[in-house]
Design a protein around this ligand. Structure first.
Ligand SMILES: C[S@@+](CC[C@H](N)C(=O)[O-])C[C@H]1O[C@@H](n2cnc3c(N)ncnc32)[C@H](O)[C@@H]1O
Length: 221
């Protein structure tokens, strides 16, 4: 999958050179193309924001640099275009799975008070929010989306099947996990998990998942 990102802060995406996403790029499973919107500004000072019409605090990102950057990154209009925005559809696992089957993505990161509505309309962006709170820019939301999608791309995870057992698959939270040692500070791993009895382990995990979801996220059930 090719993921194009339009941002005023390209260096923030250096964080994606680490860990799982770094390896996915090394293996060419994901191609990340981070584009600096400022490079497209026709303003002599490379300005990309201006004051709001109608008054109000803060600046708004202007149309021209974004419009030109979109047409550069997605000449053939093959990308699913997404503006990371608190006004968008709230991201959930179903949407992540759906997006993971797209061929190419174009992610637009806003800053300041947001982006001039006309360029969003002209370029036909759909909008995705990472939750009902405001962060200062679209970069971290874009990274959240990229990371979540990457886990569904074959070859990125060591074992793709593991995504089917995680929280939110089957509308359930994942069961508690334990590792070695068997005893820590007097707390002992549930006996069934060291029994080697596969069927009983599966049953225990399912029961735990259901109980945990009822207790912590009844809305999922
Ligand atoms: C400070 S926010 C602008 C908020 C805007 N004035 C509003 O009230 O809707 C700047 C940028 O951060 C990003 N952003 C902030 N919160 C977000 C969220 N919950 N989900 C996705 N993107 C978000 C968007 O790209 C937005 O353009």
């Amino acid at each position: 999958m090719k993921i194009n990102v339009l941002t005023l802060f390209p260096k923030m995406f250096d964080a994606l050179k680490e860990s799982l996403l770094g390896k996915a790029q090394e293996k060419n499973l994901i191609e990340l193309n981070v584009i600096n919107i400022r490079d497209f500004s026709k303003d002599k000072h490379k300005k990309c924001d201006d004051t709001t019409f109608g008054g109000g605090n803060g600046m708004v990102m202007t149309c021209q640099p974004i419009y030109d950057a979109v047409n550069f990154a997605d000449k053939d209009k093959t990308c699913k275009r997404i503006y990371l925005s608190p006004k968008g559809k709230k991201l959930d696992q179903k949407e992540v799975i759906k997006l993971s089957s797209e061929k190419d993505l174009l992610l637009l990161c806003g800053h300041y008070e947001g982006i001039d509505q006309r360029v969003l309309d002209l370029c036909q962006f759909s909008e995705i929010s990472i939750g009902d709170y405001i962060v200062s820019g679209g970069e971290i939301p874009a990274m959240v989306l990229i990371d979540a999608i990457a886990r569904y791309i074959p070859g990125v995870l060591h074992c793709l099947e593991s995504v089917n057992e995680e929280s939110f698959s089957d509308n359930l939270l994942e069961y508690p996990q334990y590792t070695k040692p068997v005893e820590f500070m007097g707390l002992i791993v549930p006996e069934v998990l060291v029994s080697g009895h596969h069927k009983k382990i599966q049953e225990w995990r399912k029961e735990q998942s259901i109980a945990l979801t009822k207790r912590q996220r009844p809305d999922l059930m």
